[in-house]
Design a binder for this molecule. Structure first.
Ligand SMILES: [Zn+2]
Length: 254
């Protein structure tokens, strides 16, 4: 894997005594790799990333891994609230509104090599390979619905729930009942919160709730026939949660 070091960004600071435990995937939403590199390297913009990958598969290293690049903004996942200090940010030269509106084969091929390399180097759990839309669901939608998460799952580079026995799912349903959790919304929010999402804004705001579900679907479900079915979403989230809880610390998750 070849890294290009021709461009550097000074938009970084010190990691707050944190190990690198997460990889965060983004898209630039700018028309070209040249525009994106320029933007990420200009001091006044106060944003950056560690790596950016062009449509033709070139990987540019803009910030050294040891520094805290400014790519995540205000975001959180499970108990981690300073994602910039705990992660490496990878930008993809993609914009839904310009000519670079497809993830090219070369781009994905290079992304896979880079993730393999970083995952191994920092011993990153595949559950922590996430999109910006996972860690900041009310502000961000990247890497978006076209991003091929499935290709990453197939290579064991991203988390996808395993099939769980119905008897185990039943235990979760009983738990909901015992704790008087009857509405679909409550069930979904509790499950997404345990999975890792920040649900705070969704509790009392329908618009934010819809956005949260959309971002969850775009990453973990991705099947169009699931799009508007709450029941299917609950079924999927039940599998997802039980899969996480029941396979904890087993090799399956690594
Ligand atoms: Zn982003």
């Amino acid at each position: 894997m070849k890294l290009i070091h021709k461009f550097k960004s000074l938009n970084y600071d010190k990691r707050e005594n944190k190990q690198i435990t997460h990889l965060i995937l983004h898209y630039t939403a700018l028309p070209s790799i040249e525009d994106s590199i320029k933007y990420l390297c200009e001091s006044k913009n106060k944003v950056s990333c560690h790596y950016i990958i062009s449509q033709n598969g070139k990987i540019y290293n803009l910030v050294n891994d040891k520094y805290r690049a400014w790519h995540a903004g205000h975001s959180e996942w499970l108990f981690e609230k300073d994602i910039n200090s705990a992660s490496i940010g990878i930008e993809l030269d993609f914009s839904p509104n310009h000519n670079n509106n497809q993830f090219s084969k070369l781009l994905i091929f290079s992304l896979i090599s880079l993730i393999k390399y970083l995952k191994k180097k920092y011993n990153i759990d595949k559950k922590n390979i996430l999109g910006h839309s996972d860690i900041a669901p009310y502000r961000k939608i990247d890497p978006g619905k076209k991003f091929p998460w499935k290709k990453l799952y197939n290579l064991n580079l991203s988390y996808s729930p395993v099939k769980i026995k119905n008897s185990e799912i039943k235990k979760l349903k009983i738990w909901f009942k015992k704790n008087l959790i009857y509405t679909d919304k409550k069930k979904i929010l509790i499950m997404l919160s345990i999975i890792g999402y920040d649900i705070s804004k969704s509790i009392n705001d329908k618009k934010f709730y819809r956005i949260l579900l959309k971002n969850y679907r775009n990453h973990f479900i991705q099947k169009s026939h699931y799009k508007n079915s709450t029941i299917k979403l609950i079924n999927f989230a039940e599998q997802h949660l039980c899969s996480l809880l029941l396979t904890k610390n087993k090799k399956l998750n690594n």
